[in-house]
Design a protein around this ligand. Structure first.
Ligand SMILES: Nc1ncnc2c1ncn2[C@@H]1O[C@H](COP(=O)(O)OP(=O)(O)OP(=O)(O)O)[C@@H](O)[C@H]1O
Ligand SMILES: NC(=O)CC[C@H](N)C(=O)O
Length: 663
């Protein structure tokens, strides 16, 4: 029997989601007012975009449960203790969309004083792995949720099998040997518009189906040679009632045709031919089973076994609600209530496992957790705090409509969160040396810098010496009246340094012509004179071997991985839409010494889920070392860093929302 996927809403030929793409996702100053954009020389220019208009952050992190869709869902069934589940298939890493499902399922239970289980929906052995199981669990904990129980659909394989026999005995299922084409025809053809008619096997005697089902179990049939179908209602207008599969004999390698890339499609076919007779190996049950229950048979029953009260899933399962209830009514007493909410999808990126795999395989990105991706491990590595993700989801709210979100909006939300939470320090991405000639060689002044606008964060000290480094883009060889940073003859403030400095001369590399050193004068006023007031202040770091300053680092600036909002729609394929400057590397960045304290105190502030010492959270990784690099953005330490203060690698989490000069 051919198992090629088909349009689910019209023709639910194979009830496993991998065989049913179409049940599927909707096609898927002291503000320095004086600082003006300047034509900077090469190098990073501090961000100067206007403040993005963004919706206000709901003050209440539980607002999504108090009003709207989820409040209504609760009202429908409020008399029992709430039990929910988050049911991922362990066949890949979770992505941003899953954070909504996690926030909803775990959050709903927590809000109502109930419990939520993490259930691995492992009914499709091809592609499921323990590695994904582990990663998913860690991600859920990283988001700050503790599953009350961790279960697997496969825990119930014996019980499900027994119930399948019961269903046959109740004349509610039959073994079918039709080909895919025959089944399509029985269901009214490809568009479902022709008359529907019963499968010839539908009327076979109960005992015969029972014998054949046992034969399926015992290996008499090759993959797809027979299937157990539910005897539903062909008259019903809902395709989810047209005798869905309950059990199937899968091939070793399954196609996920909804996501299959053209180039992979050919490979997959070849492999399928070679391996088609091999039974798949399940990562938990091994080779015990040759037959596997479908999603439609499994999910509702497992929900019932676990005492789930509210089974919350995404809208593509709305039509499935009827079959969900039909089967539970036939076989079990406890009846969970399925309700469907809108998916969260991100534009400007790809979330499909196969596409991400291709990006990794072809080395467009380093790995599945490359910070340019929108898998949750990638967002974690990029330094986005779990709280920022939850706040983003809460901000969007929950309705039945799909939230199609632009990367820009997500970043605005993250930026706002970081602005209120992380400490600040000075970091120079692309340094240029400044020698303040009139300061003594051994000048060492310790200056106090606050870690935040919030005094609770405290202060730290940084050395100020004769040699400092500033951002290359903060210097211009030729001054102009509309330029307010460093240029010959123009005083500029160094943040928190008592007096301004004025560039006097500069040296250039004979070949590259690049400025190598700027010489400056310290504008200490003579007795009785008023100090000069610079029009702008720039960030800097000092050179002080005794104070171990600066700390050097490689900084990776994360830009969008794709040029367009819809990479999948690119006529030459999504790979053709890759942004060649999705990652900019600054190998010689410099950080001031406050970094040591931030690193020591991380996670600072502590985030739910990053509480390394607590067995329920996850071990705080390098990404929990987060700070605002003043005027430059928000940064975190990348796992590629070495352990000490040498070999630090930073990722820029997001740029700053404000124009330059914000202290
Ligand atoms: N984009 C999304 N928005 C909201 N919820 C989602 C999204 N994607 C998956 N979910 C929900 O997360 C839960 C676990 O999903 P699972 O990993 O099994 O789904 P999936 O549809 O295979 O995901 P994928 O997008 O990786 O194909 C399900 O309840 C599913 O409905
Ligand atoms: N009902 C659901 O939440 C569906 C979960 C299921 N693992 C999926 O395919 O997406």
């Amino acid at each position: 029997m051919d198992n090629t996927p088909s349009k689910a809403t019209q023709m639910p030929l194979e009830p496993n989601k991998h065989e049913l793409p179409e049940r599927s996702k909707p096609s898927k100053a002291k503000k320095e007012k004086a600082i003006k954009p300047a034509k900077a020389p090469k190098g990073p220019t501090p961000p100067r975009t206007k403040r993005e208009a963004a919706p206000p952050i709901p003050n209440d992190p539980d607002s999504m449960f108090k009003v709207g869709f989820l409040a209504d869902v609760y009202q429908e069934r409020s008399s029992e203790r709430v039990i929910t589940r988050f049911p991922p298939e362990p066949n890949g890493y979770l992505h941003i969309g899953h954070s909504k499902a996690i926030a909803i399922n775990f959050g709903f239970a927590r809000y109502h004083g109930g419990e939520c289980y993490l259930r691995f929906d492992d009914t499709n052995p091809a592609g499921e792995e323990k590695e994904f199981d582990d990663s998913i669990e860690e991600t859920v904990r990283w988001l700050g949720f503790t599953p009350k129980r961790i279960t697997h659909s496969s825990d119930n394989f014996d019980r499900l099998y027994e119930l399948a026999e019961v269903l046959i005995q109740k004349d509610g299922a039959y073994v079918c040997h039709c080909t895919k084409a025959q089944i399509v025809d029985q269901r009214g053809g490809g568009d479902g518009k022709k008359p529907r008619y019963a499968c010839p096997h539908r009327s076979r005697p109960i005992l015969e189906s029972l014998t054949e089902f046992r034969a399926m179990r015992d290996g008499k049939y090759k993959p797809n040679g027979a299937a157990l179908r539910m005897k539903q209602n062909l008259e019903d207008g809902n395709p989810q009632m047209w005798d869905l599969f309950a059990y199937r004999i899968p091939r070793k390698k399954e196609e996920e045709a909804d996501e299959l890339l053209e180039e992979d499609r050919e490979d997959a076919k070849e492999e399928d031919t070679k391996e088609e007779d091999l039974a798949p190996h399940h990562y938990r049950t091994g080779d015990k089973w040759k037959i596997y229950p479908t999603y439609d048979f499994t999910h509702c029953l497992c929900d019932s076994f676990e005492g789930i009260t509210h089974s919350l899933c995404t809208v593509e399962f709305e039509l499935s609600r009827v079959s969900y209830e039909w089967l539970n009514n036939k076989l079990v007493d406890h009846k969970p209530m399925q309700r469907e909410y809108g998916r969260l999808s991100m534009s400007g990126t790809v979330l499909s496992k196969r596409k991400i795999q291709k990006l990794v395989q072809d080395k467009h990105v380093r790995s599945w957790d490359d910070p340019r991706l929108y898998t949750l491990p990638a967002l974690r590595r990029r330094g986005i705090p779990p709280g920022a993700i939850l706040s983003f989801v809460n901000e969007l709210g929950v309705t039945k409509a799909t939230s199609n979100i632009e990367i820009k909006r997500f970043e605005t939300s993250v930026r706002r969160y970081l602005e209120m939470t992380v400490p600040r320090l000075m970091l120079v991405l692309d340094p240029i040396k400044v020698v303040i000639d009139d300061l003594p060689d051994d000048h060492l002044e310790m200056l106090e810098l606050p870690f935040s606008k919030d005094p609770a964060y405290g202060v730290h000290t940084v050395p100020f010496t004769k040699t400092v480094y500033i951002e290359r883009s903060d210097f211009r060889e030729v001054d102009s009246p509309d330029y307010f940073r460093m240029a010959p003859g123009k005083p500029v403030g160094l943040m928190k340094v008592p007096y301004p400095i004025t560039a006097t001369t500069f040296e250039k590399h004979p070949e590259s012509g690049q400025v190598t050193v700027v010489h400056a004068r310290y504008e200490r006023p003579a007795e009785g004179e008023k100090p000069l007031k610079p029009k702008s202040f720039i960030h800097w770091v000092a050179s002080s071997p005794t104070r171990k300053s600066p700390i050097t680092a490689e900084v990776r600036i994360i830009n969008p991985l794709f040029n367009s909002d819809n990479p999948a729609a690119h006529p030459s394929g999504f790979l053709a839409d890759i942004n060649p400057t999705s990652e900019e590397i600054f190998p010689n960045a410099m950080i001031e010494t406050g970094f040591e304290e931030i690193r020591r105190r991380a996670p600072w502030p502590a985030e739910a889920g990053e509480n390394g010492s607590d067995s329920e959270g996850v071990v705080a990784g390098p990404e929990t070392v987060r700070f605002q690099g003043m005027r430059m953005g928000y940064f975190c330490v990348d796992g590629d860093s070495e352990a000490g203060m040498e070999g630090v690698v930073l990722n820029r989490i997001v740029s700053l929302k404000e124009d330059t000069g914000k202290d």
